[in-house]
Design a protein. Structure first.
Ligand code: GTP
Ligand code: SPV
Ligand code: MN
Length: 588
């Protein structure tokens, strides 16, 4: 065996015995091995090589048509007591998991290979990083994990004889929808995923480990695992201030993390640096500030809507060594396309299902709405110099946000940490294609963690409140709420969004530094119209007014919605009820 780690040896022997692969292959992290796997993937049709002149190192993959997004209804927390999973998670007892789900793994790798992927979340060898080992029968998963995480022998060296690791058991099995399960065992730090081969269901380092399992570890150890992007705003004088922001899936994290400043800002010397686009591990530093690090090594980004206009840095990130999944393949030049890339869809193409597709005459979308690119972080032109800093970056602000057509204004600031936690706990957003199910319905999604919190969400709120109990609360990041998605009567977005969002970040960061004013409202502090820099932007005064409006009637409804949501919890911290009562009183 390649490892001296007894626990790993035993577990791998168990996996092989259970799933009966023909062969066990260790992923060593070398380019030579990955290249061989790409070639093998091509021979089976799993991977398609794209135009190597235009897209060097890039490949295409179709997932199974029934397997295109996370399956929240089939995602379970398997702790001993149901109340520890809480009212917002599916729960299965470990015993039931053994009788109901374990049999699905029996012999599932017969005729296949079992790939063993040792990986590190966070820079290899950093004391703040964590190690996982995923076994899988999917070459696509191996190649994707090699982009999204740090994989290979160097991880085994750090693991050593006695190191701890999260066990990830994955098999695409039959890709059967009825028998698809994504299980998490927070106590034994195990993940079982069967009958899916896509995204957060199958790349176990991502949501399963870095959020669901890590959130439970963080609670024990006094830190936080959050569904947040991390970015730095560099000012003309060279100072960089950092922001972490939680938006639900497909609500703009990747876009904000890589934003290109508007022309006027660029001329003045503003820059934005991306530290992470999806996940943040946040720990208190010795100086009393909170530090955020990105445990991932790549971007698993939403393709549709990504263009040189909306997100040129994401586009640049995908020009080499990238895997594209479920987008359109242009047969004329063997490149890719998706809705929103440009106004020039290919005519001679195949859609995400592999059917002939002509973009000029098509009546159906060519790219699946949750089609994605898997791109190395180092490709990103605005990747932060702190990307590999294991300590992370000190946060000035934390931001929550969602898709709200009406209720939420463009931005508001919470009154203090506890109120900020309340604002996060009360977050709501319209559902998107990132998860299977209905799209566009408003649901409560606290801290954008509804699908990702590995334990009772009431305890999670308490943990957030506890993180604010520090000797000097003035050193904590201030907490804000944003909404890029407010609509006018015709259903059009009022705020231009994307790069222009820097105008809102500038106000947020100025607030954190005590450099600018605000107006108190019942829901929090809002910029006065003159506080936002709108130079170079043609926004009607009426539109600005609508963006900054707090409609008290709608907010009274919101209070009812939050109250109904809170009623689900039997472990809701008293403080949050007090916050809700206080909001109600302020609204009159
Ligand atoms: P996950 O990877 O699922 O966690 O998604 P994400 O939060 O990173 O979302 P992403 O940045 O990929 O954006 C998802 C969709 O929202 C894309 O279609 C974007 O074009 C759109 N979007 C992002 N930012 C904005 C914005 O500021 N305004 C508007 N109107 N749309 C935006
Ligand atoms: C999300 O849904 O929030 C994602 C994509 O980032 S997935 O990896 O599928 O979870
Ligand atoms: Mn995400």
């Amino acid at each position: 065996m390649k490892t001296t780690n007894r626990a790993l040896q035993q577990w791998l022997a168990y996996c092989a015995d259970l799933m009966k692969p023909d062969e066990v292959v260790w992923i060593d992290g070398t380019e030579a091995q990955l290249e061989q796997l790409r070639a093998e993937g091509m021979s089976t049709g799993e991977m398609i090589k794209l135009n190597q002149e235009l897209l060097p190192g890039c490949y295409y993959h179709h997932s199974h048509p029934n397997d295109v997004a996370r399956v929240e209804g089939r995602t379970y927390i398997c702790c001993e007591q149901q109340e520890d999973a809480g009212p917002t998670n599916n729960w299965m007892s470990p015993e039931e998991a053994r009788t109901r789900v374990l049999p699905l793994f029996e012999g599932c790798m017969a005729g296949r290979r079992m790939y063993v992927i040792p990986y590190s979340m966070g820079p290899v060898g950093s004391p703040l990083s964590k190690i996982g080992v995923e076994v899988t029968d999917s070459i696509y998963v191996v190649l994707s994990m090699a982009i999204m995480t740090r994989v290979g022998d160097r991880v085994l060296e750090v693991l050593g004889e006695n190191g701890e690791f999260v066990k990830g058991l994955h098999s695409k099995a039959q890709l059967s929808e009825e028998d698809r399960y994504i299980l998490h065992f927070p106590q034994s730090k195990e993940i079982w995923s069967v009958n899916s081969g896509y995204g957060g269901n199958a790349l176990l380092g991502k949501k399963c480990f870095s959020l669901r399992i890590a959130s439970t570890i963080g609670r024990e150890e006094g830190w936080m695992a959050e569904h947040m992007l991390i970015l730095g705003v560099e000012y003309p004088n060279g100072e960089v201030r950092y922001v972490a922001a939680a938006f639900p899936s497909a609500c703009g994290k990747t876009n904000l993390a890589m934003l290109v400043p508007p022309e006027g800002y660029r001329q003045k010397g503003f820059k934005v640096w991306c530290v992470g686009d999806d996940i943040a591990w946040i720990r208190p530093g010795e100086d009393g500030r909170l530090y955020a690090m990105n445990p991932e090594n790549g971007f698993f980004g939403v393709a549709p809507g990504t263009s040189d206009k909306t997100n040129p840095n994401a586009m640049a990130s995908t020009r080499r060594n990238t895997i594209f999944t479920n987008v359109v393949r242009n047969l004329d030049n063997n490149t890719v396309w998706w809705e929103g890339m440009d106004k020039n869809p290919p005519e001679n193409a195949v859609d995400w299902l592999g059917n002939p597709w002509n973009g000029k005459t098509a009546t159906v979308k060519g790219a699946q709405p949750n089609s994605r690119f898997t791109a190395p972080a180092i490709n990103c032109p605005c990747i932060s110099s702190e990307f590999e800093n294991p300590k992370g970056v000190p946060l000035s602000a934390m931001v929550f946000g969602g898709r709200r057509a009406r209720t939420a204004p463009l931005v508001f600031e919470s009154f203090d940490w506890a109120h900020g936690v309340f604002v996060g706990s009360a977050m709501a957003s319209e559902t998107t294609a990132a998860a299977a199910g209905q799209i566009g319905v408003v649901r409560r999604d606290p801290m954008a963690m509804l699908p990702f919190c590995g334990y009772n969400m009431g305890d999670y709120f308490a943990h957030w409140l506890r993180m604010g109990e520090v000797p000097d609360p003035g050193k904590l990041p201030k907490i804000f709420h944003v909404n890029w998605f407010k609509q006018d009567e015709q259903g059009a977005f009022i705020w231009p969004g994307f790069g222009e969002n820097l105008r809102v970040l500038e106000w947020i960061l100025a607030r954190c530094a005590g450099e600018i004013g605000a107006e108190d409202t019942p829901i929090g502090r809002l910029p006065r119209p003159e506080d936002l820099n709108l130079e170079g932007l043609s926004l009607e005064p009426e539109a600005l007014k609508a963006l900054l409006q707090v409609d008290e009637a709608l907010w009274r409804q919101e209070v009812e919605g939050v109250a109904a949501f809170y009623d689900k919890f039997d472990r809701l911290p008293e403080e949050l009820r007090r916050q809700l009562e206080a909001l109600k009183r302020r609204l009159g």
